[in-house]
Design a protein. Structure first.
Length: 466
């Protein structure tokens, strides 16, 4: 290799503490070095002479706009790996960037055309799926904090104080189970699907709003489909948002900004719960204020960025408008600093490793994986890659699965078909109960093994043929 590529990493690539109580980036560093790359802790020295190859410069403490532009506005870095940090439009990268995680709403550089990746000269990519389950589990945890609405902490205090009689006092704390309640999911991306699956595991009625092209897949997975957000929200006890901010317009406003507002809140069941573990800007906070005041919403859980200037103490970020609401509605808001998707160490490490691999492929092979937006001239689109069981099933994954499991799947389906034929014949002869008594256990065993085998492929789920 004769070329030198300089890549900025501006977010943590390890979240577990090492022996010195610092977030441990050693796994990703070793991965990069094993591929022949160079790993540097700290910024690039513009005057330094670097050998040919890929050089990664690790600066996870960059967060403020001024800090980022001091490092990136002059184009000294060819590429970028980021997770949650918002990248300003003026940041310049000639090669491309990768967002660790799903979505690219924080990747605002005009080099690739902003978070939409449309129209820029550099390539924009992401690593969908790695934090999907972690985010979904945290979203469900937010729901379980308040539903069922049993005041667990109060009861614990009463029990510890010896001030409770089960026979007399328990009737003072009626509650309702989750089973049968309506759970509306907005968005059918990787996180939305995982949230929907968790809600279904609690026997809730799950309805999903997404683009019309997803209708068939949503229904095939056994979920209800809603053509609009208001339709999904109608009578919902829980509303969970996973739709992303969408592209920026010429005025600097996101397409989905304030999308969840008065009309959506009014459609919900009384005392509903809102979960926004997506982007803070998606919710109209003035409408949220009114919904909390009226009792339409009993609780709102928000996960959004909050930044604090080290010198002045000034706060900024999309969490800012929620802070006064927490004071006006004590106990009705749970606020997290964009921690739901960004606190799982294995997910961050796996995503960072894939991001580094995508940068290697981009620089050395001009291959683009998980493209967002436009594909610049001279590059090859290598399709989408996500962890097993996350996201859509593609042709490559299906071929690999059938290559390994086709014999086992054929054997299970043939034996199941034979039993079904036996049961059908027995029903016509009036002896179905006899055959079920003899072979019903075998049928259930075959069905369970088939379901588990197909789940290994990621089913149920949508299919993408690329």
């Amino acid at each position: 290799m004769t070329a030198t590529f300089k890549i900025l990493i501006c977010d943590l690539i390890g979240l577990r503490f090492d022996a010195d109580r610092r977030p441990d980036h050693s796994e990703v560093m070793a991965h990069i070095e094993a591929r022949g790359g160079y790993f540097h802790e700290g910024p690039l020295d513009p005057a330094a002479s670097l050998p040919p190859g890929l050089h990664f410069f690790y600066q996870p403490d960059l967060s403020r706009r001024e800090e980022l532009l001091n490092e990136t506005a002059d184009g000294r870095y060819d590429g970028l790996i980021a997770a949650a940090t918002f990248i300003p439009a003026e940041a310049r990268f000639a090669l491309g960037g990768v967002r660790i995680g799903a979505g690219t709403g924080n990747m605002g550089s005009a080099s690739w055309g902003g978070g939409s990746g449309m129209g820029g000269e550099a390539v924009l990519m992401n690593t969908p799926g790695f934090n999907s389950r972690a985010t979904a589990q945290m979203a469900m945890k937010a729901v379980l904090r308040v539903l069922p609405d049993l005041p667990v902490e109060r009861l614990e205090a009463l029990v510890e104080a010896g001030d409770f009689d089960t026979g007399k006092d328990l009737r003072l704390f009626p509650t309702e189970k989750l089973e049968g309640k309506r759970f509306a999911v907005i968005g059918y991306g990787n996180i939305g699907r995982e949230v929907a699956k968790l809600a279904r595991a609690f026997a809730m009625q799950v309805v999903i709003h997404a683009r019309e092209r997803h209708r068939a897949s949503i229904k095939s997975e056994g979920f209800a489909y809603a053509a609009s957000i208001a339709e999904a929200a109608a009578g919902a006890d829980v509303l969970s948002i996973h739709i992303g901010l969408g592209p920026l317009d010429a005025a600097g406003r996101f397409a989905n900004q304030d999308l969840i507002g008065e009309a959506v809140f009014s459609a919900l069941a009384d005392r509903a719960v809102l979960v926004n573990y997506d982007r803070g800007e998606l919710v109209d906070t003035a409408a949220l204020d009114r919904a909390l005041a009226s009792g339409k919403l009993s609780h709102a859980a928000i996960d959004a960025d909050l930044f604090k200037d080290a010198e002045t103490g000034a706060l900024s970020g999309p969490m800012l408008p929620y802070l006064p609401l927490a004071k006006r509605h004590p106990g009705k808001l749970s606020l997290l600093p964009h921690a739901a998707a960004d606190t799982d160490h294995p997910s961050r490490v796996a995503g960072a490793k894939q991001a580094a691999d995508q940068i290697f492929d981009l620089a050395l092979k001009r291959r683009v994986t998980n493209l967002k937006g436009s594909l610049p001239d001279g590059y090859v689109d290598a399709g989408t890659v996500s962890p097993p069981g996350i996201g859509a099933i593609n042709a490559l994954g299906l071929a690999a699965f059938l290559g390994e499991e086709v014999a086992a799947l054929r054997d299970l389906t043939m034996r199941t078909t034979e039993l079904l034929t036996t049961f059908e014949t027995a029903r016509g002869e009036g002896r179905l109960e006899v055959e079920i008594a003899a072979q019903g256990g075998d049928f259930v065993d075959l069905a369970n093994r088939t379901i588990l085998l197909l789940a290994k492929l990621g089913l149920p789920g949508p299919y993408r043929g690329d």
